[in-house]
Write a protein that binds this ligand. Structure first.
Ligand SMILES: *Cc1c(COP(=O)(O)O)cnc(C)c1O
Length: 389
């Protein structure tokens, strides 16, 4: 382990866990594809044994992940949802979870359609008021599940306040930090117990992996998660580990540009007549909570038009690609009600504000002028329809 505590984020992203290899001198961490390892004697577990337990490439990745979130241990999984499942495996049947109501659709599906079968109970609250977490506590509450900023409405929860309500109550606080990334927000520093990532998004950063991660700072939680990782087998493969590590080296550069571009896109959208509401942290001049250092690259907005016109808009951009995911260098556009959040029943979805006229943008790192021109052309394509209607 390198001396990462004294070094800055950018330096750790490039060096932590990634020391030049003995023998070959390879500067880039090698891709270790071996499933199994030669041992010294029967029962020797002093080194690597089997890659479900530990793999040198995954281990290098887990070291850098722990350093970037200011944690002690990190665990890499085959997807973000696999990592959430590992957190839920810390619970017992009959336990209760309080979660924010504006959740990533797949998280909601996992909670409602799978975990309920195992007698885990869920309550959903508006996380913009941290008190709602306190008011939802029951005798059997064991986990607070926070997503901030949320997907797709970019609602913010004050992590420190939620942590305060969990104190002394045997309630773990887990934060889905996918949208902010540790470059912008470090939940463990704010008192959370577990940080979760869909690394398929910004951590990987190039729309070329499906991966997840958990980072913790408590030895007891770390031990349970480590057991779960090798007992369940949802760990990340070496190639994806290698790709994520490559992505992490430029995370700070990407997040700076994502945030700058997204701010300009949000400001532009506010000037468009057809746009009703723009969702973007800090756009209204309000202070961004959680000590977020910048707003990130996600912008959502509603168009003042019927769903067919909104669909037409979503198919009229040339640079913004109509696609499910987010967080890559390329700009993406999503229609949450029909895509990422389609699995949530309409009444629940609309009550939470995910209406049929909502568009979510993952603003990439292209030149901002080209991005604005692209959006302008798409608005021009629907403005005739709106006038006729
Ligand atoms: C994508 C996403 C997930 C799920 O992660 P996968 O890698 O797709 O399994 C969870 N939370 C948020 C906020 C996401 O955007």
């Amino acid at each position: 382990m390198t001396d990462f505590k004294n070094r800055k984020f950018e330096t750790n992203a490039i060096h932590c866990g990634q020391i030049p290899e003995d023998g070959t001198g390879a500067v880039t961490t090698p891709l270790h594809m071996s499933s199994t390892y030669k041992v010294g004697f029967p029962g020797d577990e002093s080194g690597y044994v089997y890659s479900r337990w530990s793999n040198p490439t995954r281990k290098a990745l887990e070291e850098v992940l722990a350093a970037l979130e200011n944690g002690t241990d990190a665990f890499a999984y085959a997807s973000g949802l696999a990592s959430i499942t590992a957190v839920l495996h810390l619970l017992e049947p009959g336990d209760h979870v309080v979660a924010v109501d504006d959740l990533y659709g797949g998280t909601h599906r996992l909670f409602e359609r799978l975990m309920k079968k195992f007698k885990i109970e869920f309550s959903y609250v508006d996380g913009t008021n941290a008190e709602n977490f306190k008011n939802a506590i029951q005798d059997n509450t064991k986990l607070f599940w926070v997503e901030t900023p949320t997907n797709p409405l970019l609602k913010l929860t004050d992590i420190e306040a939620v942590v305060e309500f969990a104190k002394g109550k045997d309630i773990l606080v887990a934060v889905d930090n996918t949208f902010a990334t540790p470059y912008i927000q470090k939940p463990l520093d704010l008192g959370a117990d577990i940080v979760m990532h869909s690394a398929s998004k910004y951590l990987g950063g190039h729309c070329d992996i499906i991966a997840g991660a958990l980072i913790v700072k408590d030895a007891d939680v770390a031990e349970k998660l480590h057991f779960n990782q090798y007992a369940v087998g949802g760990q990340l493969g070496p190639f994806e580990s290698w790709l994520m590590m490559r992505g992490l080296k430029t995370l700070h550069l990407r997040m700076e540009r994502h945030s700058m571009n997204a701010m300009k896109v949000a400001e532009y959208l506010e000037t468009v007549d057809l746009v009703d509401k723009v969702y973007f942290p800090g756009l209204d001049g309000s202070k961004v909570p959680n000590k977020m250092t910048m707003p990130g690259g996600m912008v959502s907005f509603t168009i003042n038009a019927d769903v067919e016109t909104v669909k037409k808009f979503s198919m009229s951009t040339k640079l913004f690609i109509l696609a499910e995911s987010l967080g890559g260098v390329e700009s993406l556009l999503n229609h949450p009600a029909l895509m990422t959040h389609a699995s949530i029943p309409k009444e629940i979805r609309e009550k939470a504000g995910v209406t049929d006229n909502l568009i979510r943008l993952s603003v990439g790192v292209e030149h901002i002028d080209d991005l604005i021109i692209d959006l302008r052309m798409a608005f021009a394509a629907i403005s005739e329809t709106v006038k006729q209607g």
